[in-house]
Every structure is written in C-alpha cells, then in structure tokens.
Design a protein around this ligand. Structure first.
Ligand SMILES: Cc1cc2nc3c(=O)[nH]c(=O)nc-3n(C[C@H](O)[C@H](O)[C@H](O)COP(=O)(O)O)c2cc1C
Ligand SMILES: [Mn+2]
Length: 447
C-alpha cells in the first residue's frame, strides 16, 4: 500500500535523501531558507520539519528535488526512470472505492474549517503570502462526468478561502470554463500529501478525458484507493494526509500573486477565481506536504512525467529515438534534449517538430546522436561545440504558443522557438577519441 509515510520510512537513515529538522522553524521564509541554503551547497534531500511555529502538523518539503529519489519511488534508478514511466503509463488501472479512509479520520466542516491551522509556507521574498503548493486538484467534466487531476497552487486568502490560477494550457481550465459557461459553481477537492507516484500521476501529461487516477494506479501497479468526499460529489485518495473540499462560484475573483514560479522568477499579480472551502479532512496525525516553489523541487515534479508523452510523440516521427530529457537548466520545461540513432539526414528536424508539437512549453529543442548523454548538460554543449554546423541546422519558429509564465513570452502566449540539429553527418565525420581496453580496466589493480 502506497502513502507518503511509507515512502518517508523507506528513506529513513539515508541522509542523502531525508533529513529531519527538530528545531522549531517559522513557516515564513525560515523553512524555505533552510532549503535554499541546502540548494546552495548542492544538497537536495527531502526535509522533514518536525515543528513548525503555530501548528501541530509536521511538514515535508523538497521531496521531488532529486531525480534519483523520484526513481527510487518507482523502485528503479535514474538511468531507467524514463523507460519505467513509459511502460507503467501504458498500463493504467481503474481506482477502487473504499468506505473507511485514513484521510477522513478527522473531519472539519462549517465553522470548524480553518486553513490557518495548517502549516502553509511562505516561500520566496516577493510572494503575496502563504501558498499551498502540493495540492492535487480533482474536478469533473460537467458533460461527461470524467475526472481530471492536476496540481494548481493556492494562495491563502482567508480562514476558508484560497485562490486558484488556471493556466490556459491545463485541463483544469477547460473544466472550469465549462461550469462558468453554464453559470454553475464547480465542486473541487484538493489532496495534500501522498506517495510520490500519486504526484507523478497527477502531473502525467495524458490527453484530456484520461482520468489521472488511473495513471496513478498504473504507476503504482495497484489500484488507487478512493473515498467519497464529505461535502462535494467527488472522490479523493483514501490514503492521503489532508484533503480540502470546496466550490468555485461564478464571478468570485480575488487578486492572486506575485508568486515565485518554476521559471525561477515571480509570476505577476492576476485577478483569479477563488475556492470557498467547505470541509477539511485529515488523518489523526497528518503530515503536510509542501513543494519548494521556484526551485528544483517544483521543476522536477512537473517536468519528469511529461517526458513519456514527449517521447511517444517523438517516436512517431523518429522510431530510433533513444531518450528525451528536460534539464533543470531549462526549468525542466523550456529546454528539451533528444538523443537519436540517426538513420537518415533530416530525421532530427522531424524529431524537433514532434517534440515542440507535443509540449507547448518547449522553447529550445536540441537533438544529438545516441552516444551523447542527454542527462549531462556539458555533454550536450560539447556536441553543440563540435558537431553543430549551424547553417541549415538551426531553425526558428516565430510566435508559437507557449505558457504565459515564460518570462520571454509576448502578447500573453507567444514565444519564438528554436530547433537545433547537433547530430553529426552520417558520412565523413571524424571518430571520437578513445583508449582501447579502458572500459574493462580494474583501477584497484593500479592505485
Ligand atoms: C508545484 C506545481 C504547481 C503548479 N501550479 C499550477 C498552477 O497554479 N496553475 C496551473 O495552471 N498549472 C500549475 N501547475 C502545472 C499543472 O499541474 C500541470 O500542467 C498539470 O499537468 C495539469 O493537469 P491537467 O491539465 O490534467 O489539469 C503546477 C505544477 C506543479 C508541479
Ligand atoms: Mn488532465
């Protein structure tokens, strides 16, 4: 059975991946200060803050800040993560309903609802206030009844009120617009704290109409356990830590932002809808999960599961694609590296077109040969330095659609995209240096 605490347990006594802070920390800047300091030292453990000021609930953050740790959640290694993701995504499982749910051991409704009792962090200096950053929001298409899950960050706006920013690129926006067009309120529920595979499923880049709960089941290789909500007609993961239930009413808006985004800069203030919280349910001793917004925790969480959809689309254009990666140096969204075993000249360009078509966030797409390690920025830069012949191999798509948060985007949603074919020509290219026998040499015999 998968939940947040079982995963934390698996990391116990592994200080590279989990550290505990016993000293009390302030939820505003002090906890995230610890995370930024670790980041400056190039350390990316999950951090369990045992005591957060003014709350009885401990907080875990930075859970997704390391690709190797995400792979551990899948029971594999970083090297094999993309393959495992793709395989499991292709085998979704329907969730099952249960009656008794740990996440409903405690139920607050009506006047009991008080979000200020939760240890919400204020992350970065210019943030408008505390934000919920690890909430998986479920909604239902009002026409088909099909569920959709995604992560949407929420500004704390009152005891029972949080904001919501629904980007034009997300399915959450499509559902919201359908309710508003009908003039009806939208019921929603937000899950905070669960196993990393459940989060990966929420961020999987599956088409509209695919219920992300089935992808979570695929990732876990067992059905996700769901329970009915207390105040809205929706289902939430039974083994979660905390759930917020609520309604978005037509016309309800409030100012939201600025907020530090995955782009590493602040997103601007917007007039956004808000959610009226009708219930908070939780375990008896819940653990609150936070995502360190604007930092690698946020980037890897969002960027990792997208890679399987990009791969699948690129593979249709170029069957010999080896792998795809969106590195943290591109915020895990804007830059995409693709390695291929080139069979025909021009194939790399088809691969680029497919990747840019698959994911509107990609702005710079580089294709290299299969001997280049795309998980290593330096190796890709070496290929750009030694193999790229820019004439005819760099192309630009002016004014294509992107995500509004891209700091270079104009006119709300337009950005210029660049494709680079850095593969060597099939004929007449010099060989790469190599010392014969070095691969199998046992260094302990010599040093
Ligand atoms: C920590 C985190 C916070 C996010 N916050 C938002 C947000 O506030 N608004 C938004 O539109 N997308 C946000 N996203 C991106 C969406 O979760 C992502 O696009 C997801 O695939 C949407 O799923 P859906 O299209 O099925 O609704 C966030 C992602 C992460 C990892
Ligand atoms: Mn979706």
């Amino acid at each position: 059975m998968y939940d947040l605490r079982s995963f934390l347990k698996s990391l116990e006594n592994n200080s590279e991946h989990l550290v505990r802070v016993k000293k009390e920390v302030a939820p505003k800047f002090e906890a995230t200060g610890v995370l930024q300091k670790l980041e400056e030292q190039r350390k990316y453990p999950a951090v369990l803050f045992e005591k957060v000021k003014d709350s009885d609930i401990p907080v875990v953050s930075n859970l997704f800040a390391d690709r190797e740790r995400i792979a551990m959640a899948f029971g594999t290694t970083g090297e094999d993560l993309n393959r495992v993701l793709r395989e499991r995504e292709a085998n979704p499982l329907e969730p099952v309903m249960v009656e008794d749910a740990p996440v409903q051991e405690v139920v607050w409704t009506g006047d009991q609802v008080d979000l200020t009792k939760l240890p919400l962090f204020t992350h970065n200096e210019k943030d408008a206030g505390p934000y919920i950053t690890a909430g998986m929001l479920v909604g239902k298409d009002p026409e088909t009844g099909i569920r959709n899950v995604g992560i949407y960050r929420h500004m704390l706006q009152g005891k029972n009120q949080i904001g919501i920013h629904l980007a034009e690129t997300g399915h959450g926006r499509l559902i919201f617009d359908k309710y508003m067009d009908r003039g009806e309120p939208e019921p929603v529920a937000i899950t905070i704290g669960h196993h990393p595979l459940v989060y990966m499923g929420a961020l999987s880049f599956v088409p509209y109409g695919v219920d992300e709960y089935t992808i979570m089941g695929g990732y876990m290789q067992e059905p996700l356990r769901l329970v009915k909500c207390k105040t809205v007609d929706l289902e939430v993961p039974a083994d979660a830590e905390i759930v917020l239930e609520g309604m978005i009413y037509p016309g309800d808006t409030a100012m939201d932002g600025p907020f530090g985004e995955y782009t590493t800069v602040y997103g601007k203030v917007r007039e956004n809808p808000f959610i009226r919280i009708t219930a908070i349910t939780m375990r008896k001793n819940p653990i609150y999960l936070d995502v360190f917004s604007g930092h690698i925790d946020h980037q890897l969480l969002g960027g990792t599961p997208r890679l399987s959809t990009i791969y699948r689309t690129v593979r249709a254009a170029c069957p010999t694609v080896k792998d795809v990666y969106m590195p943290p140096s591109g915020c895990c969204r804007f830059t995409c590296y693709i390695s291929i075993k080139k069979r025909h000249e021009g194939e790399a360009k088809n691969a680029i077109a497919a990747a840019i078509g698959a994911d509107p966030f990609i702005k710079l797409c580089v294709v290299v040969d299969d001997d280049v390690d795309i998980f290593n920025d330096s190796a890709v830069l070496l290929a750009l330095s030694t193999r790229l012949r820019p004439q005819g191999n760099v192309f630009v798509i002016p004014n294509a659609k992107t995500n509004a948060l891209d700091p270079t985007c104009t006119n709300e949603l337009l950005v210029t995209k660049i494709g680079i074919d850095a593969t060597k020509p099939l004929e007449g290219w010099p060989e790469t240096v190599n010392v014969p026998g070095a691969k199998d040499l046992d260094l302990s015999q010599y040093l």
